[in-house]
Design a protein around this ligand. Structure first.
Ligand code: BGC
Length: 783
C-alpha cells in the first residue's frame, strides 16, 4: 500500500492533487459537528470523479425497497440519509475561464484537516487552460458552538497579471443521492431567493415532509491599498432549488480577493416549518456579524475542550498518533449527544453507504467511547434513542409473528427495520443482546441505576419477552436452543445455536432479573410502575430464570471450545495464513456458497462474547478459544480487529494486539480495504479507540471501580489517554509496564491499578508497575 497522506500528529495532509484519490480524500477530510456533515468536496466546480455530500443529521428518505424476490416481513422502504443543500459552493471565473481542477494543472496543492481546531483547508496554484496562474486558498468549518452554521474563507489571487474575477457563492438543493434505488430526486422546491447580499433556498422531501432552509450571506475583502476604490458588481441568480449571487470585480496581479461565506442550514426537525426561512436568515446574519475570525476562535475553543477530555497521546510512533486522533476526531464530528433522536451511522457524515442508519455498531462499539470521553448525558442519550424506539421494536417482533416482546431492527432510522436481506438482517437477532449489554455497560460505568427505573428495565423486560418466545426447548438435548440465526459472523447464515447469540440471550434474561433486584432494593415504586404498565407476571420472570439457566451453550467435550454453532467443528479447518493470498478478500473472490460452508469468520463472534462477558471467563478459556478462532478469522468487517486486539492484549499476546490495532487504526487513512471513497468506517473508529483504552489500557469497570491494567506496545515510548469516570477526569500515562494515573478532578476516583485498589482524590496521582505474569484485567496483580 503506497502511503499517500503525510504523517503529522494533529493534521491530515494531502500534498499534490491526484484525481484518482479524490473521492477517498473527500471522505477522509470530511468535517461535521453532529448536526451536519460535509464531505471534502471542492467549493469551486469540479468535473472529475466526486461524491457530493452535505448531510443534515436525522433528515432521511424512505426509498422504496428494491429486491429481486419478495419475502413476507420485508420492509417497504430503506431509509437513507439525504444528500442535502450544497452550501459550500463558490463558482470561480477568471477572465471568463471557469476554475475547475479537472481542467487545469495544479501546483503546490495541499489539503489539510486540522483536527486540533476542526477545520479543513486547501491551497493550490492553478494553471488555467490559457496559461494564467491563480493562487487559491480556502478554509472552512462547520461550527461546533453554532451548530447550524458553516463558514468559508476563500481567497483568489491572480499571480501574473490583473484579472477580471467572478465569484459566485450559491446554495444548491438540486442534488441527488448516488444510492437512490430508482434514480429519483428526493427534494421538492419550496422557495429560492437571492438579493445583492444574500441567497436562500427552502426545500422539502418528497416523502415525510422534512424541510430544510439554507441562507447564505457573504463579505468580500481585498488586500492592498485601503483607500483604493474597490468596485464590485453583484448579480443574482435563481432557478428551482438554487440561488446565488455573482460578484464581479477586477483584481490586480498579486492582489488577493477574499470571500467570506456564512451559511446557516436549519431543518423542520428543530423548528416550525413556517419559521425556517427566517431562522436560517437570522443565524446566517448573526454569523456574519460575529465575523469569521471570532467564529474560528470559538471553534478552536470548542475543540480544545473535546481534546482536553479525551485526547490520546502516543510518543515514539507518529503514524499511530495521527491515526488515533483521526479516529477520535471523526467520532466527535459524528455524534455529540445533544439530540436523543440521533445516532451514529457506520459511515457517520462521510458518505451514503449504509444509509446513515443505526446498526448494533452503536451499542457494541461506540458507546464505550462516549462513556469515557464525553459528559454522561451523551451516552445516556444513545440509550434513550433505543428506548424511544421500543414501541416500533415491539411492532417489529409482531410483524415477524411474535405475540410479545421487542426485536430491535438490524438497520434503522426511525425504529422500523429498513433492511431486507433475510439471512443477515432478520436472522441477526443477536442485536437485541447488544442493546441489553449497552444498558448494563452504561449503568456499570456511571452508577446511574436511576436509568433502569426510568427507561432501562422496560427495554430489558421486552427484550427478555422476545427471547422467551424465540427459544425452542429441546427434550432431546434437555436445553433451550435458538435455531435459525446469523451470528455476528455474517459468513455463516441460518445456523443453529450460535454460541454468541445464545450466550447473550441467556445473559440478557439474567441481567433483566438482576436489574429488577437492583430496582427492588433502590426504587421499588419505579419497578412496580413499570411492571404494572407492561403487565409483567411472576410466571414470566420464573420462565426467564429457567431459560437463562438451561440455555444451550455448546462446548466441545474434547477441546473445551465454545462452538460457534452446532456444526462448526464439522468444517474443514485451515488457518487463513495457509490460504493463498490471492483468495482474499473472500467476499470479492469467492462465491457465497463457498464462503458459507468454509470455516472462515468475517468478524469476532465467539470472541465478541468473551470480550463482552470477560469477567465470567478465565484466561485459559479465553486463550483456548482465541487460539482456535483467531487464525481462521479474515476480519472482513472493520469491526473485527479491535475485539481481537483487546483480547490479545489481555492474553499477553502483545505483538498480535499491536498488529490488530494497526489494522484498525489507519483503515481509512491508508484506505486499507480499498473502499474509503464510500465514506470512513466511523463506527469501527470507536473500536480502534477501545483497542487502545480497553486493550492497551486494560480498562474495565468492576464493582463500581475503574480497573486499569495498562501496557504500551514496545515501539511506543509512551501512551497517555484520558477518561472520565463518575465525575473524575483521569489521565493515564503508560510507559512499558509503568503507569501513572493523575486525577484532574473534580471528583475522587475509585480505581484498581494492576490489582491494587486505590481511592484517588482529585488533584492527586498514583503509579504502579505491571506484573508481566498477570494478563487479564480481572486477574491482574501488582508486582
Ligand atoms: C458487519 C456488521 C455491521 C455492519 C455495519 C457489516 O459489514 O458485518 O456487523 O453492523 O457492517 O457496520
Amino acid at each position: 500500500m503506497k502511503p499517500y497522506l503525510k504523517v503529522n500528529e494533529w493534521r491530515i495532509i494531502e500534498e499534490g492533487f491526484d484525481p484518482e484519490r479524490n473521492e477517498v480524500s473527500e471522505s477522509v477530510f470530511s468535517i461535521g459537528n453532529g448536526y451536519m456533515g460535509q464531505r471534502a468536496n471542492f467549493e469551486e466546480q469540479y468535473g472529475g470523479p466526486s461524491l457530493q455530500g452535505s448531510y443534515m443529521a436525522g433528515v432521511y428518505y424512505p426509498d422504496k425497497t428494491r429486491v429481486g424476490w419478495w419475502k413476507n416481513g420485508y420492509p417497504e422502504y430503506f431509509a437513507k440519509v439525504l444528500n442535502s443543500v450544497n452550501w459550500i459552493g463558490i463558482d470561480v471565473e477568471i477572465d471568463g475561464e471557469t476554475l475547475d481542477l479537472a481542467r487545469c494543472k495544479t501546483e503546490d496543492f495541499v489539503r489539510t484537516l486540522d483536527m486540533r481546531e476542526g477545520t479543513l483547508s486547501r491551497s493550490f496554484t492553478a494553471v488555467l487552460p490559457d496559461g494564467k496562474r491563480v493562487r487559491v486558498e480556502s478554509l472552512r468549518f462547520v461550527s461546533v458552538p453554532y451548530k447550524e452554521v458553516g463558514a468559508i474563507r476563500y481567497s483568489v489571487t491572480p499571480l501574473d497579471e490583473p484579472a477580471e474575477l467572478k465569484l459566485t457563492p450559491y446554495l444548491d438543493a438540486d442534488v441527488v443521492n448516488k444510492d437512490s434505488n430508482y434514480e429519483e430526486k428526493f427534494w421538492d422546491a419550496i422557495a429560492q431567493n437571492a438579493g445583492l447580499d444574500y441567497a436562500s433556498v427552502e426545500v422539502r422531501t418528497k416523502k415525510l415532509d422534512f424541510r430544510v432552509a439554507s441562507h447564505m450571506v457573504y463579505e468580500l475583502a481585498a488586500t492592498g491599498d485601503e483607500d483604493q476604490e474597490f468596485h464590485v458588481e453583484a448579480d443574482t441568480h435563481k432557478r428551482e432549488k438554487f440561488a446565488g449571487v455573482t460578484l464581479s470585480l477586477r483584481a490586480e496581479a498579486g492582489q488577493s480577493i477574499t470571500l467570506y461565506k456564512y451559511a446557516a442550514n436549519v431543518t423542520s426537525r428543530d423548528h416550525l416549518p413556517e419559521a425556517l426561512a427566517d431562522t436560517a436568515r437570522d443565524l446566517a446574519e448573526d454569523a456574519r456579524e460575529r465575523g469569521f475570525d471570532a467564529l474560528l476562535e470559538a471553534q478552536r475553543e470548542a475543540w480544545a475542550e473535546k481534546w482536553r477530555d479525551g485526547d490520546i497521546a502516543i510518543e515514539g510512533d507518529d503514524k499511530a498518533q495521527q491515526a488515533i486522533r483521526f479516529n477520535i476526531f471523526q467520532l466527535h464530528q459524528t455524534y455529540t449527544g445533544e439530540d436523543d433522536r440521533l445516532n451514529i451511522g457506520p459511515k457517520g457524515f462521510t458518505g451514503e453507504k449504509y444509509g446513515g442508519s443505526t446498526y448494533w455498531d452503536t451499542e457494541a462499539y461506540c458507546l464505550p467511547f462516549y462513556l469515557s470521553t464525553a459528559d454522561q448525558h451523551v451516552a445516556r442519550n444513545l440509550l434513550i434513542y433505543r428506548y424511544k424506539h421500543l414501541e416500533k421494536a415491539k411492532e417489529n417482533a409482531a410483524k415477524l409473528g411474535f405475540s410479545k416482546g421487542a426485536l430491535y431492527p438490524m438497520v434503522t432510522m426511525n425504529g422500523e427495520e429498513c433492511h431486507n436481506e433475510w439471512e443477515i438482517t432478520f436472522e441477526e437477532i443477536h442485536r437485541n443482546g447488544a442493546i441489553a449489554y449497552a444498558i448494563y455497560n452504561y449503568v456499570e460505568y456511571t452508577g446511574d441505576t436511576a436509568y433502569l427505573g426510568e427507561y432501562g428495565f422496560e427495554v430489558l423486560a421486552e427484550l427478555s419477552r422476545f427471547w422467551e418466545e424465540r427459544v425452542t426447548y429441546s427434550e432431546r438435548r434437555g436445553a433451550y436452543l435458538i435455531l435459525g440465526v446469523t451470528g455476528p459472523n455474517e459468513y455463516e447464515n441460518n445456523v443453529n445455536n450460535n454460541w454468541y447469540t445464545n450466550r447473550m440471550a441467556a445473559w440478557t434474561l439474567e441481567y433483566t432479573l438482576e436489574a429488577a433486584n437492583i430496582l427492588k432494593a433502590e426504587n421499588p415504586e419505579a419497578l412496580e410502575a413499570v411492571a404494572e404498565r407492561i403487565g409483567l407476571t411472576k410466571a414470566e420472570t420464573d420462565k426467564w430464570a429457567d431459560i437463562s439457566a438451561r440455555m444451550l451453550l455448546a462446548e466441545d467435550p474434547e477441546t473445551g471450545l465454545f462452538l460457534q454453532q452446532d456444526g462448526f467443528l464439522d468444517k474443514e479447518i485451515l488457518p487463513v495464513a495457509q490460504l493463498d493470498r490471492s483468495n482474499l478478500p473472500l467476499n470479492q473472490k469467492w462465491s457465497w456458497d463457498r464462503i458459507l460452508r468454509s470455516c472462515y469468520i468475517k468478524q469476532a463472534d465467539v470472541l465478541q462474547g468473551l470480550f463482552f462477558l470477560g469477567d465470567r471467563y478465565d484466561l485459559e478459556t479465553k486463550r483456548r478459544n482465541f487460539d482456535f478462532y483467531e487464525p481462521i478469522t479474515v476480519h472482513e468487517s472493520s469491526l473485527s480487529p479491535c475485539v481481537h486486539s483487546i483480547l490479545a492484549g489481555e492474553l499477553g499476546y502483545t505483538d498480535k494486539a499491536y498488529e490488530m490495532y494497526l489494522r484498525t487504526s489507519r483503515l481509512d487513512l491508508d484506505n486499507y480495504n480499498n473502499d474509503t471513497e464510500d465514506g470512513c468506517h466511523t463506527t469501527s473508529m470507536a473500536g480502534t479507540w477501545m483497542s487502545v483504552v480497553h486493550g492497551f489500557g486494560g480498562l474495565r469497570v468492576r464493582g463500581g471501580r475503574l480497573v486499569l491494567n495498562p501496557f504500551s506496545p514496545d515501539s511506543w515510548t509512551s501512551l497517555s489517554f484520558k477518561v472520565g469516570f463518575r465525575g473524575a477526569r483521569l489521565k493515564v500515562t503508560v510507559s512499558g509496564g509503568h503507569t501513572t494515573v493523575e486525577n484532574e478532578g473534580p471528583e475522587a476516583a475509585s480505581l484498581t491499578l494492576y490489582g491494587r485498589e486505590i481511592d484517588l482524590p482529585a488533584g492527586e496521582s498514583v503509579s504502579g508497575e505491571r506484573n508481566p505474569q498477570a494478563g487479564a484485567p480481572d486477574e491482574a496483580v501488582e508486582a
